[in-house]
Ligand binder design. Structure first.
Ligand SMILES: Cc1cc2nc3c(=O)[nH]c(=O)nc-3n(C[C@H](O)[C@H](O)[C@H](O)COP(=O)(O)O)c2cc1C
Length: 444
């Protein structure tokens, strides 16, 4: 068996909303209703029916304006803006579901560790143990500038900072030792102070005295999730993650990635069973295999449209950390002449986009290169289920993180088509084994 997660890639932001943006005819009332909880609750209830482990909610706190040096495209097309804070959505989803985990994103430059430790422990209580913490370092200068920095920290230093940040959060979430809570109404004693002590943490980036002013939630230390694919990103995952999201293009890459994370986890004295790798995939699902192949052809052809090219250049500019304006580069420039050394964002995502593109021009790369691929998962629900099983057999486990357009149609393709097809083959769970996110993700 393997695990499934859903990547809500635009966070609690405006979801697919316009045919002009290439979103097709299934956008419902997203354009006016995206800020209401309904779509997200529908998503969670549907995925829970299919036995998903968790929904990962992306977050980024800025208005992007590095492409063409302007926010015009971001605002006209609703790209990354508007976007609400994901945290208040979590208890609403939890109240409407019973089992599925919810993993909102937290940035280590936006939250002081004490604030994050307290917030996630509170969410752990409100979700009864179903919250996880997607720890990111943030990608661009614009985010850093919204939080008082003149520019973002260099890429690798951000991870050093993030590891210290997680260390403080976890120490704070461990300040109430077993035996601290007495909850003895009869004798009027709530807690025993001897078991609740400060941590007096003084680090290079953060300091916090502690203890936390609330009791541990059902999971105690809230499970850490991350997505960094660079060497320091993998180091962080190997040290702290219960589950990591990995972006790979081939089965060979997936195998290598998993082996690398396992090797690093062992070097931290961790068991490789304690970290589950979910591989990002955008499966192309339709009624029949032929329909799915036709759908794939349409998706690929649409990449050459003006709207798609503009979006991809915009996305590359963001992904570079806002340091490279891909709108200012002649699209017919050969990619080996583009200087990528200034990037300071998602370094491994940029590397991924430019992998195997030698001899191509920027226009050709934009029209053909994907950050997240279908991994060859193309077909009817039964065919895709079979293919997913084959990939997992080769890779050795642990699962997939599905990334698809946020329409009720693609949600249904997964929850009512793919999910049951996987179940018929015994490839995913029939029922939730545990009560918490941590228990479920580590159940097999
Ligand atoms: C599935 C997934 C989700 C991510 N979510 C966020 C996010 O919510 N906010 C954010 O600032 N970065 C996010 N990132 C970016 C990662 O934190 C990281 O910067 C990126 O994967 C590149 O890794 P690297 O910086 O180690 O090269 C996400 C990446 C992936 C693959």
């Amino acid at each position: 068996m393997f695990h499934l997660g859903w990547f809500l890639g635009n966070g609690f932001g405006i979801q697919e909303w316009s045919a002009h943006n290439g979103h097709g005819p299934w956008t419902g009332t997203n354009v006016v209703d995206w800020m209401k909880p309904d779509l997200y609750i529908d998503l969670a209830q549907n995925l829970e029916r299919a036995g998903f482990d968790y929904i990962l909610i992306e977050d980024t706190a800025m208005v992007e304006d590095s492409y063409n040096g302007s926010a015009e495209v971001s605002l006209r097309r609703g790209l990354m803006t508007p976007k609400n804070d994901p945290m208040p959505l979590v208890p609403l989803i939890a109240r409407a579901t019973e089992h599925i985990g919810v993993v909102p994103t937290v940035s280590t430059i936006q939250y002081h560790p004490y604030l994050a430790a307290r917030l996630y422990t509170t969410l752990d209580h409100l979700t009864e143990g179903r919250v996880g913490m997607n720890v990111v370092t943030s990608v661009t200068d614009r985010v850093a500038q919204n939080f008082g920095y003149t520019e973002h920290f260099p890429h690798d230093e951000r991870y050093k900072m993030a590891m210290e940040w997680i260390d403080v959060v976890q120490q704070l979430q461990s300040t109430w030792k077993p035996g601290a809570v007495l909850a003895d109404a009869e004798n009027g004693r709530y807690a025993d102070h001897r078991f609740v002590q400060p941590i007096d943490f003084v680090g290079q980036y953060f300091s916090s005295r502690g203890p936390l002013n609330t009791i541990p939630g059902p999971q105690g230390v809230v499970p850490v999730v991350s997505a960094g694919g660079s060497a320091p990103g993998r180091e962080l995952a190997a040290r702290f993650d219960v589950t990591q999201m990995a972006m790979c293009k081939t089965v060979e890459d997936m195998k290598e990635y998993r082996e690398d994370i396992h090797r690093r986890a062992r070097s931290f004295g961790r068991s490789t069973d304690d970290i589950k790798l979910l591989f990002l995939a955008s499966p192309v699902i339709a009624d029949t295999d032929e329909d799915a192949q036709e759908k794939k052809r349409r998706i690929e052809a649409a990449r050459s449209s003006d709207a798609a090219i503009e979006y991809n250049l915009w996305n590359m500019s963001y992904t570079s950390g806002g340091r490279i304006d891909f709108g200012a580069i002649d699209p017919d420039t050969p990619v080996d002449q583009i200087d990528l050394s200034k990037q300071n964002g998602e370094n491994s995502s940029i590397a991924n986009l430019f992998q195997h593109t030698e001899g191509k021009t920027l226009r050709q790369v934009v029209a053909s290169s994907y950050q997240i691929t279908d991994l060859g998962l193309v077909g009817s629900p039964d065919t895709v289920a079979e293919q997913m099983g084959d990939i997992m057999d080769e890779v050795g486990g642990d699962g997939f993180l599905i990334y698809l357009p946020m329409t009720r149609r693609s949600i249904a393709e997964v929850s009512d088509g793919l999910g049951p097809a996987l179940r018929r083959r015994g490839l995913i769970r029939d029922e939730y084994q545990g009560a918490t996110l941590k228990e479920n993700i580590l159940a097999f």
